[in-house]
Every structure is written in C-alpha cells, then in structure tokens.
Design a protein around this ligand. Structure first.
Ligand code: CAA
Ligand code: FAD
Length: 379
C-alpha cells in the first residue's frame, strides 16, 4: 500500500490550486449572486487541460489517471463548485462515456473538441417524471430507418445552454423497458431542439441548469452510442464514474470550508483569546478534519479502483454518499465557527453551505447511493 502521490499527481494538484486561487476566487461571490456562468474561467480550464483530463492524448486529452482528476476536482471545488460541476460533467459523463463506448468517427468528430474544451458537453438523463427512477424515460426516439425522431423534455441539465454536444437518453422500444433505451449524441443547432428556462437555484448558482425540449429532432443513426438498446447501461456505467467526480466535489467543498474555519478561529477573539483556544471550537475542527480525511480516503479508493480496472460501482457510491454528508455537516459547522460573519456573503462559508446540498442530490441522491451500495453488498 502506497499513500504517496506521484510527482505528476502533485503537479496537477498544485496547478489546480493555483488556478482556483488566481482565476476562480476573484468574482466568485458576484457570479453566485448574479447566477453568472464562469465562461472565461471555463475556457481557461480547457486550455489548461482540466476538461479532458483522463482522455487519451490522441484525442486531445491529458491521459491522466482518476487520482489526478480527483485531486484537481478537490482544489477547484474548494473555491468554486459552479466551475467544478462543469469540469465533472465534461470529464466524467461526456468525455468518458464517448471514449469508452463511442465509435472512432464519434470520437474524432466530438471527443477531440470536448477533451480540449473547445466545446463543452451535457449529459441528459433526468426528466420531469424520471429522476431517481431513471428507467421511466418518457422522451422517445422513434426508429425511422437511418435516423431517430426525438420528442420529449429533459430537466435540470447542467451546461444546458452553454454546451454544444448533448448526450440524450431516450426510449425507442417501450416494450423492452430499460433495454429499449438509446443514448444519442445531439448537436445544439439541430432543428427542433430548444433550450428551456434557466433554474434559479439555492446553490451552484454560477452553473447553468436548464430544461431542454425536443420536437421531431432528426438524429442520424450514426449518432447512437453503442448497440440498439444500450442507452440505459451506458447511463449507469457512466454515472458510476461520474459519482467519483461529485464525491471529489463534495470533498473540496468540505475542505474549503474547513480551511476557512481554521483560519477564522485563529484570528477571531472572544473572551480575551482566539476562539481556537476554546475547546468547543477545537472539537468542531477535530471532527471536521477527521471526517474530511475519511471522505478523502474513500474518494481515493474509488479512483484507485477505477485506475486499476476494478469494479468501482460500490466504492464510487460509498465515496459520494459519505463525502456529500461530510460536505453538508462541515459547511454548517464552518458557518457556526464564523458566528454572524458566517451568515454574510463575503466570508464564503454560507455559499459553500448552499453549494454542499446539491452533492446529496445530483448524480443519484443519497438514498439512491444506498440502494446501489446495498445491491452490491447483497448480490
Ligand atoms: N453499469 C452497467 N449497467 C448497470 C449498472 C452499472 N453500474 N447499474 C445497473 N446497470 C444495469 C443493470 O444491469 C440492468 O440491466 P439488465 O436488466 O439488462 O441486466 C439495468 O441497468 C437496470 O438496472 P436496475 O434493475 O438496477 O434498475 P432500477 O430501475 O432498479 O434502477 C438505479 C437502478 C440505481 C436506482 C438507477 O435508476 C439510478 O441510478 N437512478 C439515479 C439516476 C441518476 O443518478 N441520475 C443522475 C443524472 S445525471 C446528473 O445528475 C448530472 C449532474 O447532476 C451534474
Ligand atoms: P426524485 O427522484 O423525485 O426523488 C425525490 C426524493 O425521493 C429524493 O429524496 C429521493 O432520494 C427519494 N427517492 C426516490 N426514489 C426512492 C427510492 N426508491 N427509495 C428511497 N428514496 C427514494 N440530471 C441529468 O440528467 N443531467 C444533469 O446534468 C443534471 N444536473 C443537475 C443539476 C442540478 C442543479 C440539479 C438540481 C439536478 C440535476 N440533475 C441532472 C437531476 C438530478 O440527477 C435529479 O434531480 C436527481 O437524480 C433526483 O431526481 P428527482 O429530482 O426527480 O427526485
């Protein structure tokens, strides 16, 4: 067992930390306040290789391992979870899915641009009436010979209005239930494809969450990923890896809040001493640090399982379940350590607390992670 990171992994971590401090921190409060997508920052993330980190260099990616990816996700999420969700969706859901299951033509046409950040992608599974219950897809992809005719609505799509490439799950054959679902690649300018309203959210307010509507969109057959009926398995397999990214996002939100709490506790005085000298505050910091360390180990375990080609369904779900709980608890305590100052925007911890909540909801709620874990345990 080796707990040392390689030089390359440490270099990626340092680069992500530097980027977060210099490019994301300035303006993060304003972007949250005004729900402003971090467009310039995302462009720079692409230039620095953060949007296609694990993709083979022959398709324009960084060829890095999943451990490097979570180290970078943690650093970026400490400062701006609205930027890190763009990174997570593009890397784990869109690039990974295309590289693993796409045809060579699909990779040349789409992956090469997605991996460099020239364009960004979206992953479209959830619907108004199919969130956790993802097999109940109502969006239809009628087989018309050399194309599919797509009709329906997707909800809550991250990168909804900023993406150029969308992977959409849709039902082709209802009789086959989830085995009749297909995964199709859509381009933003296809006729009949409309981006709906932007959601006004509690957290990750800088991210771009929209509903999408499809009316008789003609999607060429060559844009289907995998065999006919492979779409649900594609979504599940892709989400297993996505959950490692979101676990690392939750870890970053927690460690960002913890670092702010430690700093504040050593500066703020009450009853003649720094509040860090009061045992009640020390114990809070001790609990936070212990939980964060445990969450980090679960994230690393899941990344290690992925890097060593082992089944990571359970470890990824465990990492996401635990790290998102730690993110919620740590950020609430970080606000408490800050007292009244924690309740106002300029101290950052209230935003981290709002951002933490989504990690218990998207890419499978905590309840769904428990279903995935228990099925793996009992199978
Ligand atoms: N890899 C490959 N295939 C898998 C799989 C995996 N990890 N997990 C399940 N499958 C396959 C099963 O083998 C099964 O196929 P067969 O019947 O052909 O063998 C098929 O998927 C259906 O599986 P289940 O019977 O387990 O299906 P279920 O209806 O009981 O649901 C579920 C399972 C785990 C609850 C699933 O519906 C689920 O994950 N729901 C949550 C959806 C979700 O995470 N959405 C996230 C949207 S993306 C997002 O949120 C992005 C973002 O925010 C940034
Ligand atoms: P529901 O499924 O209706 O769940 C409601 C409650 O019931 C939850 O607490 C849930 O855990 C619980 N529940 C449901 N079924 C069970 C069960 N069997 N056992 C126990 N409890 C259960 N989706 C995408 O496809 N792509 C995206 O890019 C994307 N980005 C998102 C961004 C944001 C900001 C948000 C809010 C959502 C995003 N989603 C995305 C959707 C997200 O994945 C879903 O919201 C999530 O999967 C939950 O689905 P739901 O909202 O329909 O809740």
């Amino acid at each position: 067992m080796d707990f040392q990171f390689t030089e390359e992994q440490l270099a990626v971590q340092a680069a992500a930390r530097e980027f977060a401090q210099t490019e994301l921190l300035p303006g993060v409060i304003e972007r949250d306040e005004h729900q402003k997508f971090p467009a310039e920052q995302v462009k720079k993330m692409g230039e620095l290789g953060f949007l296609g980190m694990m993709v083979d260099p022959k398709y324009g990616g960084g060829g890095m391992d999943a451990v490097s990816y979570i180290l970078a996700m943690e650093e970026i999420s400490k400062i701006d979870a609205s930027a890190s969700v763009v990174m997570s969706v593009n890397n784990s859901l869109v690039c990974w899915g295309l590289e693993t299951f796409g045809t060579e033509e699909q990779k040349q046409k789409y992956l090469t641009k997605l991996a460099t950040g020239e364009v960004i992608g979206a992953f479209c599974l959830s619907e108004p009436e199919a969130g956790s219950d993802a097999t109940s897809q109502r969006t239809t992809a009628e087989d018309k010979g050399d194309y599919y005719l797509l009709n329906g609505t997707k909800n809550w799509i991250t990168n909804g209005s900023t993406a150029s490439v969308y992977i959409v799950m849709a039902q082709t054959d209802t009789e086959k239930k989830h085995r009749g679902i297909n995964a199709l690649i859509l381009e933003r300018d296809m006729e009949g494809f409309v981006v709906g309203k932007k959601e006004n959210k509690l957290g990750i307010r800088g991210s771009d969450t929209h509903s999408l509507m499809f009316t008789d969109v003609k999607v060429p057959k060559e844009n289907r990923i995998g065999e006919d009926g492979f779409g649900f398995k594609f979504a599940m397999a892709t989400l297993a890896g996505g959950r490692i990214g979101i676990a690392a996002q939750a870890l970053g939100i927690a460690s960002g809040a913890y670092e702010l709490a430690v700093k504040y506790a050593q500066e703020r005085k009450a009853f003649g001493v720094e509040i860090a000298k009061h045992q009640a505050i020390q114990f809070k910091l001790a609990e936070m640090a212990t939980n964060i360390e445990a969450a980090r180990l679960l994230c690393l375990q899941a990344a290690y399982d992925k890097d060593t080609h082992q089944d990571y369904t359970k470890s990824a779900a465990m990492a996401k379940l635990f790290a998102s709980k730690v993110a919620m608890e740590t950020t609430v305590e970080a606000v408490q350590v800050h007292g009244g100052y924690g309740f106002v925007k300029e101290y950052h911890v209230e935003r981290l607390m709002r951002d933490a909540k989504i990690t218990q909801i998207y890419e499978g709620t905590s309840e769904i992670q428990k279903i995935v874990i228990s099925r793996e345990l009992l199978k």
